[in-house]
Design a protein around this ligand. Structure first.
Ligand SMILES: Cc1cc2nc3c(=O)[nH]c(=O)nc-3n(C[C@H](O)[C@H](O)[C@H](O)COP(=O)(O)O)c2cc1C
Length: 220
């Protein structure tokens, strides 16, 4: 289990709750608001935790471009040229920031059945062999981010929890598969769907999600 107490304050070991926020809508984002409700409630009962927010649209996320992709291949072969070294050091910094958290919250609206591309960009940066996962000698892959819970906070305009909708719900399915791949086993969720159908449905689903947020914050 990777426990990564990140600093000690007056003799108390503090832990990090990392919120990866992927809606660009700031104050008007409901996924962000629901995440804030969950996190504030969590922190009230867990005073040794300190939040860190990664607002993916306000950060200077590097492109995972030709140099970065080649660095990933050259790492285990010829070695890195100076450009690749510089790019790889940045990748390592992003990975270390991610891996140093003790608990995770990922908030994401559905965008075209998935989520905003900044979240995929972030995933492409941190998900490197030897960092988030490793290849074992028998050819299998082992995730390295283990022993920590993650809460997914998902919003969508339509309804995807029924039989017709499920086939289009790559937002939830992708995140579960991806997180399992890199080692997570404790994956939880708060979903507010139907946000763009009409105000009555939206409000009913928001209320339900907010009640669930308060309960799930107690035992996260
Ligand atoms: C670019 C874009 C694409 C969207 N695609 C979908 C979609 O495929 N399915 C859906 O149900 N809602 C879709 N929506 C609606 C959002 O998922 C919904 O309004 C959500 O509640 C927004 O969350 P936020 O307030 O945190 O940004 C889309 C919204 C935008 C801006």
């Amino acid at each position: 289990m990777q426990r990564t107490a990140f600093f000690i304050n007056k003799g108390v070991v503090m832990n990090k709750l990392l919120h990866i926020c992927s809606s660009p809508r700031g104050e008007r984002s409901y996924s962000r608001r629901l995440a804030d409700i969950f996190i504030h409630s969590y922190l009230r009962n867990h005073p040794t935790f300190v939040p860190e927010v990664l607002d993916l649209w306000k950060m200077d996320l590097p492109e995972f471009d030709c140099v970065a992709a080649n660095a990933r291949y050259d790492f285990r072969g010829e070695g890195l040229d100076p450009d690749e070294q510089q790019t790889w050091r940045r990748v390592e910094r992003f990975f270390k920031q991610f891996a140093s958290a003790d608990k995770y919250v990922i908030s994401a609206p559905m965008w075209n059945f998935l989520f905003p591309y900044k979240l995929k960009q972030y995933i492409d940066i941190i998900t490197q062999p030897g960092m988030c996962f490793e290849y074992l000698e028998d050819g299998t892959v082992q995730g390295k981010i283990t022993g920590k819970p993650v809460m997914l906070i998902l919003t969508r305009g339509g309804i995807y929890s029924d039989e017709n909708g499920k086939a289009f719900d790559f937002q939830r399915q992708y995140l579960y598969s991806y997180l399992r791949f890199i080692g997570f086993t404790d994956i939880r969720e708060l979903v507010a769907e139907g946000q763009d159908i009409n105000e009555e449905i939206a409000e009913k689903n928001r209320q339900q999600a907010e009640e669930e947020a308060l309960v799930s914050a107690l035992n996260f």
